[in-house]
Design a protein around this ligand. Sequence first.
Ligand code: PLP
Length: 393
Amino acid sequence: MSMISNKVADIPPYVFAKINQKKDELKRSGIDIIDLGMGDPDLPTPKPITDKLIDELNNPDNFKYSSFSGCTEFKEAVASFYKKQYNVELNSETEVLALIGSKEGIAHLPFAIIDENDYVLTPDPCYGVYRMATYIAGGKNYDMPLTKEHHYQPDLSVIPEEIKQKAKLMYLNYPGNPTAATVDLSFFNRVLDFAKDNNITIAHDSAYNMITFDESAPSILQADKAKDIAVEFGSLSKSYNMTGWRIGYVVGNPEIIRSLSVVKSNMDTSQFLPIQKAAAFALTEDQKYVHDNVEVYRKRRKVMVEGLNAIGMNVDSPKGSFYIWAPVPEGYTSEGFVEVMLENAGVVVTPGSAFGSTGEGYFRISLTVPTDRLQMAVKRIKDYLQKVTAREG
Ligand SMILES: Cc1ncc(COP(=O)(O)O)c(C=O)c1O
């Protein structure tokens, strides 16, 4: 008998692991690699936030366990952020829960909502955690394709009746990873009508909520009666360059929040208090740092989109997030293109197929490196594609 569960044994190898292995090999052989693969900001956490953390570290009261649902200061800061940013009222005791990074809550949610063999509706392509968490919790996944023709929104009218009956949860994510798409409030209202008709909980992942280039992104909780059936995940990671700190939150329907809290209280004891308190500070202070960040990504976006379009790559400018979701050149599969980019141009990008089958034919670029490196990446991609054209022509 195997030492590990069949469930875990059946999990396919993490796509990023394969790419990372190859990347490390090339690096070891002295090749300069430009890594546009990871969704991890290169800029530092703003100093006032790190200063606040240091202050809190000097208070020994903060070394104790946090309350399971997070400390009052953090939960009140999330509620105050929602009021200021979205004009949404939240009860900080019943409608806010602190998370050890939003990934943690996103991954535990199915355990709070579904039973064995219930269906979860997931966007395709999507952040892989929705699918894997569903699987580990014993649920079944139903992919909702997101295509450019449909503005990267799921077509709810094609979901079969039988699936609708068995579905208990739907994940959504705008601004989207990897599609970089944004939506307006009318989209959320439409989805909520569908969810209410079919008794399906909506979990909206708003990890990139503050990273938008034209209009600000709505919260699903701004939609009519969203709190009846929806929760929204948020993160400090991307807005404030705090990925390693592991702090996020979930807000919305109090019953769902309570059941997730039951799952979590049997598994963890929330985040370290100084981190929660510094995060509370980040959420309630002037949001200047977030706007500065967005301006950095705006410049990088311009360099990359214009650079790639100038070499004939047909790239749309993202409306939100710090990703570019681009079709691979003709004649390549997603993985094939990623492999040749790595081996021949020293540029790491992520294959669209890593996010789901509808991502095949695409690749994702992360704008988390400085402008000069992006310019160099475009040049290397251009040189490679020209070499291939010359060889074939
Ligand atoms: C769409 C999306 N949601 C959630 C997360 C998780 O963020 P964190 O756990 O750092 O809050 C990520 C991280 O890459 C993401 O891309």
